[in-house]
Design a protein around this ligand. Sequence first.
Ligand code: ATP
Length: 383
Amino acid sequence: MLEFTDIEKSFEGQPVLRGVSYTLAAGEILVLLGPSGCGKTTLLRIIAGLETADAGQLILDGEDLTKTAVHERGFGFVFQDYALFPHKNVYDNVVFGLRMQKWSLEKMRARVDQVLALVGLAGFDERSIHDLSGGEQQRVALARALAPAPRLLLLDEPLGALDRALRERLMLDLRTILKDAGSVVGRPEGITAVYVTHDQAEAFAIADQVVVMNEGQIEQVGSPTALYRQPATPFVARFLGMGNVLEGMIKEISRGDAETQREFVIETALGDLVVSPLSLSPGGGEKQVPLPLGWVGGGKVSLLIRPEAGRVAGADEVENVIHGVVVDVSFRGRYQIVTIRVGDAVGEVVLKLEMETAVSLPNPGQPITLSLDKAAILLLEGG
Ligand code: ATP
């Protein structure tokens, strides 16, 4: 549907996008996720036509968009700062795009009613923009962008200016609104959207597919579940908030319990760890690819120890047992986060592990012996 290929862009000789490619399906919500400065807004602006790429192609439904002006692309926009007309009421804001397209009064009325109901603001027509909360204003902006049934909806940090409570609420509603919008505005294939954020929770709540960007390149593409299950690289793992990343060397690869499974023994600062990953899936796909015996034999790897990997070890356990000292225990309701330090000052590793609140743990400063579940340790690309 929308295809961008090898997009490159530099500002003052500094590359900001370095060969970015992706194809969106009709009705897909794509989230561009990455830290500040990774180039996601620039990519969105290139798709919008507000910025020109130095190289690469942009094709929508078979049509090359490079020469199509912004207002001829038929896209909808929602920005962080609402960009509403502050002196007009809600109706006049939402109807704006329809007036531009010279819809009849009756049709405009009906469509405004439909989209206001969609965003949860039925009956708000006469309200002044000044009297609305930030969240309501952003719903108006969304209704306005959706009313003309855009070929593509572009959203740049739309929740960025909202306080935490409003942000959480609209975040939960947004995906439903976008998914329902297609049938409301007469695009049965669904509204296709590109959404920019630096917030991982927002990306997970809203996306069909997430493109994780790092320094102008795509680091990983996948559904929220796929990214969570198998972050491909240390960058993605850390960016998604999984901080237990460490380096190791592969010592041994053997057959695991199941016919297609492989087990690795990896030498790390925590000692030798047995790892039984389902896959090392390049690109973060959900396929569970069995790794070949002899894969990168002896190479350097990065490991992710999932926060749920740790258990207090029984006396007779030997596999993946680590001895550390409790640094901190933080109560989070259903679970607690225990920070432990393993090793001496030279080879020290700090792990944060989540454990059920019912598990009683030693006090800070006391020793602890844990075992790590070999299935909750992942191999990452790029050691
Ligand atoms: P943020 O969330 O902070 O906006 P981002 O990932 O969206 O980050 P971009 O806004 O795309 O990043 O910016 C990428 C880099 O390009 C930044 O270093 C930024 O300073 C630079 N940049 C963006 N637009 C311009 C411009 N018009 N002129 C010069 N440099 C620019």
